[in-house]
Structures are given as C-alpha cells and as structure tokens.
Design a protein around this ligand. Sequence first.
Ligand SMILES: Nc1ncnc2c1ncn2[C@@H]1O[C@H](COP(=O)(O)OP(=O)(O)OP(=O)(O)O)[C@@H](O)[C@H]1O
Length: 273
Amino acid sequence: MALLSLRDVRIHDGVGRRDLVHGVSFALTPGKAVGIVGESGSGKTLTCQAVLGILPEHFAVSGGQIEIEGRDVSTLTQKEWTAVRGTTIGAVFQDPASYLNPSLKVGTQVAEVVRVKKGLGRRDARQRAIELLGAVRLRDPERVYRQYPHELSGGMLQRVLIAAAIAADPKVLIADEATTALDVTVQAEILDLLADLRERTGLALVVVSHDLAVVAQLCDEVLVLRAGETVEQGPVERILYEPRHEYTKLLIAEHEQYGLDRFTEEKELDHVA
Ligand SMILES: Nc1ncnc2c1ncn2[C@@H]1O[C@H](COP(=O)(O)OP(=O)(O)OP(=O)(O)O)[C@@H](O)[C@H]1O
C-alpha cells in the first residue's frame, strides 16, 4: 500500500474563484522519493499544504483524492490531522529560523516535539532530542541542545528542524525548498543527510524545489509543474536525459552551466556503491 497517494488533486482558491492546482498525481511507497519541480507560483507549496492538511484559508481541495496509508484525508477530523502530522508525515520548509521560538533553547524545542508526539517524560525526551540532534549530524549535540536559534547558522537550524520533523518517526518527510536559502556547500550537506536518512530508515521523501538539480539528486520520480499543471512526470533519468516538454528542457538548459552534471554524477556513483 502507498504511504501517500495523490490522484488528480485539484486545489481551488475560493477568493480568486479559480483552480490553482489542476490535477497532481503521484504515489509514494516506503523509501521512495518523489520530486516536485517548477517555477515560483506553480503550486508546489499548495500541494504540500494540502497533503499536510494546512491549506491557507479560502483554499480547498476541490477535486481528486489524497490518501495517507490508504485513508482518504477528506474524512479526517482536526484531531486526526494533528495525529497524522509529525507521526506519519513530517515536513521542513525554507527559512528554518521562522519555525523556531527565538527565546527557547533549540534542544528544548525538539524535546517538546518528542514529549508531545511520543509521550515521553521530560528526561527521556531530552535524551531522545540529543540523539536526534546527533542523527542529523550536528557535532556536539549536547552543546547544540543548550543553544538558542540565533547562535546557530542557517544550515544548523535546518538540521534542527529536520530533527524535529523526524522526532516522531514519520514515514514520509516533505522537504519544501528546504535547502533553498543555504549556500551551495551547506545545501549539498543537507541533501546528503536526507539521502542518508532515506537509506538508513526507509523514510519516503517528497522533495519540492524550483531547482531541478536538487530534485535530481534525491529523487526517483519527478513531476514538473507549471502554473498548477503537471507538464511532465516520470523517472528522474528519463526526465533529465529525454525531456519531452519544452518547459522541462528549459529547466535543464538553465542548469547546463552550473551544476546539474555534478549532482547527477554523484547520483550515479551512489547507485554503483
Ligand atoms: N496564502 C495565499 N494567499 C493567496 N494566494 C496564494 C497563497 N498561497 C499561494 N497562493 C497562490 O497560489 C499559487 C501557487 O502558490 P504556491 O505557493 O503553491 O507556489 P510554489 O510553486 O510553491 O511557489 P514558490 O516556490 O514561490 O513557493 C500562486 O499563484 C500563489 O500566488
């Protein structure tokens, strides 16, 4: 059974009175990674918000079906949504600092997620939070635990957010432009971390980026969205080497001078290893 499946999902803007996403479909099984790529405003984030049950006011899923572990999400109550978020599907977004309370130690914030979602007592939650900070490859996790958000770099904050997102052992992690604000080296480290989590734990990924190189590095399947429309969808190698749609060709051409090759070569090596 798919962990997450979207069938012809449409998202409607009640104020603008129009559909902004016109039929997105994909299925995610354990350990699989699906990428959604497209320019700004193409509906990537709305699609993720629909999957998490956090569409902004006035927006609604107006067609198709989203199923999480076989369950139609349109039947979920608010309470059930809260249980699904974090425990089945975790998410990380761009701009990690805005998701953390600046006046609380980062470790306390991760421990709080563990306490609420896993029902651990304070001491165990602290221990587990330190383990999680280590699992996202933060050096000296005990020290990081005691630090405040302003003391950490953007890359470290994103690791903290990933630690919080995987705290309740979700089966799916949505990474929505999770590396966009980071410089190239740090971006590569975070992508490597996500690939490693996927490999070690079977975590399935939905990777959202305007950057085809990011998606190409991590994913098996890619959806190319333009203005809410899926213009092309298929295995990553096919999309990269035999793009059919002009828009996909454009996304690839944009990359020719800076880096797609580097990412895909790494991916091929990963396959060999
Ligand atoms: N809260 C909102 N209020 C009004 N319009 C919105 C809101 N969120 C999204 N939209 C509109 O919905 C469309 C799709 O937005 P979405 O954020 O899903 O795009 P995106 O592909 O994720 O782009 P980006 O990379 O810029 O985040 C856009 O036209 C956007 O203006």
